[in-house]
Design a protein around this ligand. Sequence first.
Ligand SMILES: Cc1ncc(COP(=O)(O)O)c(C=O)c1O
Length: 431
Amino acid sequence: MQFSAFGHKFTRNSGILQLMDDLGKALHSDRPVNMLGGGNPARLEAVNRVYREVLQDLVHNEAAVESIGNYSTPQGDARFIDTLAAFFRHEYGWDIGPENIALTNGSQNAFFYLFNLFGGRFGSGEDAVDKNILLPLAPEYIGYADAHVEGCHFTAVRPAIEAVEHEGEAGFFKYRVDFDALAQLPELKAGRIGAICCSRPTNPTGNVLTDAEMAQLDALAQAHGIPLIIDNAYGMPFPNIIYSPATLTWHDNIILCFSLSKIGLPGVRTGIVVAAPEVVNAIGALNAIVNLAPTRFGAAVATPLLADGRLKILADEVVQPFYRQQAKRAVQLLKQELAGYPMHIHKPEGAIFLWVWFEGLPVSSQTLYERLKAAGTLVIPGEHFFIGLDTADYPHASECIRISIAQDDTTLQNGIAAIGAAVRAAYDAAR
Ligand SMILES: Cc1ncc(COP(=O)(O)O)c(C=O)c1O
């Protein structure tokens, strides 16, 4: 059977396919696997209990049954959209209405749309120009990498690396946006950037771009007449896995993407896009072609929880403290395992991962990943996250790994012990 160019692009061995494959196999494996690789959120009993209650309520709720028995409009479930608009107006004082919100089947679906709306070929004939999505702070979320229907349209900028303390301890670093390098970017100067995008908190690093950095990116986007896409999958108000002071801003040049996944509902595949009506209409049009309409089940579950405040309470009182504690524990275990080795941990400021840099690692992080996988521990090698960057002369990209901290303590302990053994062996063999 022969596939089209589209078929070839979307069926080759992408980073995201490897990640989702490993995750699926680990969950169904007979052999115990220390799963520190995936993006699955933790299963927290206090959260599950609330979802069970809501599911039971839905059975007796005619309106909910009625809603999941019909397609929504391509924009998404109207009741959920109205509830979201009221929530954002009340919570943040934004001047928004239903015309500013579209739903998608997970936020991954939204990024596919947005990156193809703002990246790729613009115009035709002699006027045609290819525009890229600018990722101002590499490394970035692996799931962006292969999203373009044709070609790869990302430009990224290496981070500035700053040694920082975390809770009074050394051994940490923080990535900062290199605005001088951004200002010099030929694509930006030539009008060949279609949008700027960042995840905040960032997957894979747990970085939270500061308010000052966000304000500068916002100004840069406005100065170039392009939107700023903010991926808020881990941010406030849900799941609110964020520990650094940060403000959430929206206006109609910002496209803000939310997800129900990391608050514990990845299976309902619900993404929320808050944007100018023009963008919302474009997403509705794409939904109609790709999905007819987005799923309503996540909307049915989340509407009552958002309306009565339970979603926010779960985020603030259960989900956020859990990950904060997990980050602390993982840092402690890593520091025990690798004391005396040149390991630096990205300051944990949010999300569900730790990003660990083994400076001067004698093997690539891909090799480290393969050795760990053979020994029954899954992590994600760092090089996949430097989307839009040529990493051939950038050793830092292959000296880092991403570790999920969403697992139980035994998995965390065993997995980090395996990482410790493999990393020590790699350094010791090169001595
Ligand atoms: C930063 C980031 N953005 C978007 C997504 C997509 O999530 P979903 O499609 O489940 O909303 C993920 C999932 O891991 C993520 O980490």
